[in-house]
Design a protein around this ligand. Structure first.
Ligand SMILES: [Zn+2]
Length: 136
């Protein structure tokens, strides 16, 4: 039986190239979603605003406000994620030799981790110890 997970280490240039295209892809997807969330939020606000403050407080109005909130939250998270992606792309361009190293312990972040979380600043061990320290 051969070990399927005993792959040779991936050269950093290849990892960087993969991470870069992954980041750009993610960035395009997010910008697109952000435009949609913003448009939907504007539409909710318009519909809420069209009504006189006391005239309409039924289920539909409440639902409208809940949806507006949800879209506002999604847009906010999306903007944060976009900033992280931009920061990661800048790090990749300005200091490629440091990219992919954990900002806490300095270890190399596993290529598999960068593949799914290209904007991460921490290796898995540090990310997990941080998470458990916060009690989550
Ligand atoms: Zn670390």
């Amino acid at each position: 039986m051969s070990e399927p997970d005993a792959a040779p280490p991936v050269p950093p240039e290849l990892v960087h190239e993969a991470v870069r295209s992954r980041l750009r892809q993610e960035r395009a997807r997010l910008s697109h979603s952000l435009e949609r969330w913003d448009a939907e939020l504007a539409e909710h606000r318009r519909r809420i605003g069209e009504r006189a403050p006391c005239a309409y407080r039924g289920e539909a109005a409440a639902r409208e406000e809940i949806e507006a909130d949800a879209h506002a939250c999604a847009a906010e998270r999306g903007r944060e994620a976009l900033q992280e992606i931009d920061a990661a792309l800048r790090r990749l361009e300005s200091e490629p030799e440091r990219f992919g190293r954990c900002g806490r312990c300095g270890d190399v972040i596993a290529a598999e981790r960068l593949e799914v979380l290209p904007q991460t600043l921490r290796c898995r061990a540090c990310a997990e110890s941080k998470t458990s320290a916060e009690g989550r």
